[in-house]
Design a binder for this molecule. Structure first.
Ligand SMILES: Nc1ncnc2c1ncn2[C@@H]1O[C@H](COP(=O)(O)OP(=O)(O)OP(=O)(O)O)[C@@H](O)[C@H]1O
Ligand SMILES: [Mg+2]
Length: 241
């Protein structure tokens, strides 16, 4: 589905260059469930942004279904992003002036889905995340967990083939975190590809594949189909390589 070849992402800061990603090569197959772990500053969010075509690499190649996307226009990339990718990012917050329902409708407005159809779909998705009783609430009137569930419903609006999540359970009480992970697992079982960045070994243990980054490089990659134990994930997440 996605192939990265030797992706480098540098940021120039005065005379310094920060190597946020330093030669990352990675293949993501359809229906994978990958957890990206590693210390703060190791490049996890940068990698997720590049995978989601929200940012471009300094060098290296990105192939989506064997097409090198660096040759596509910004408009075409935006179209791919809106039609195929769903984002659950903290920086990609809900719009405060829109209700829960309107926030979920938004990606479908961009896609020009007819009004009635998009309203029904938004209601259906909010029902799926158990928020039927909060349709007309604004984000400030929702708890953190509820906001995150709205963000998941919004990420699902255009039936994405790939969901990218950055700390999807961050700052949530553990019972809500588990709920959200169960929901993501369910989607993965239904065929959605998932890439989740997390610090939390419990969250990482839901994945089928673990990737550990350090200093902008992949230092560990393991593909096991059994669910990892959180102790195992914790060891991988914290070991010094
Ligand atoms: N816009 C930017 N300009 C300069 N440096 C940046 C920029 N964005 C990120 N960096 C640097 O790139 C490195 C990787 O950042 P990134 O956000 O990918 O880390 P991370 O692994 O997601 O960390 P965290 O776990 O704290 O979220 C960090 O050292 C960061 O300071
Ligand atoms: Mg980050």
């Amino acid at each position: 589905m996605i192939r990265l070849e030797n992706i480098v992402k540098h940021y120039a800061l005065g005379n310094n260059i920060v190597k946020a990603l330093d030669g990352v090569s990675l293949v993501i197959e359809r229906n994978e469930f990958i957890s990206i772990m590693g210390p703060s500053g190791s490049g996890k969010s940068t990698l997720l942004h590049i995978l989601g075509c929200l940012d471009t690499a300094t060098s290296g190649s990105y192939y989506l279904e064997d097409v090198d996307i660096s040759h596509l226009s910004d408009k075409e990339i935006a179209r791919i992003r809106n039609q195929h990718f769903g984002f659950v990012f903290q920086a990609y917050n809900l719009l405060p002036e829109l209700t829960a329902l309107e926030n979920v409708e938004l990606p479908m407005i961009y896609k020009r889905t007819p009004t009635k159809e998009r309203r029904q779909k938004a209601e259906y998705l909010l029902e799926k995340v158990e928020l039927t009783h909060r349709l007309t609430h604004y984000p400030s009137q929702l708890s953190g967990g509820e906001q995150q569930r709205v963000a998941i419903a919004r990420a699902l609006a255009n039936d994405p083939t790939l969901i990218l999540a950055d700390e999807p359970t961050g700052n949530l009480p553990s019972e809500h975190g588990e709920e959200i992970m169960e929901m993501l697992c369910q989607l993965n079982e239904e065929g959605t590809t998932l890439i989740v960045v997390t610090h939390d070994p419990k969250v990482g243990s839901y994945a089928k594949k673990l990737i550990r980054l350090r200093d902008g490089k992949i230092v560990y990659e393991d593909n096991i189909t059994e669910r990892f134990s959180s102790e195992y994930v914790s060891n991988i997440a914290t070991q010094t390589v």
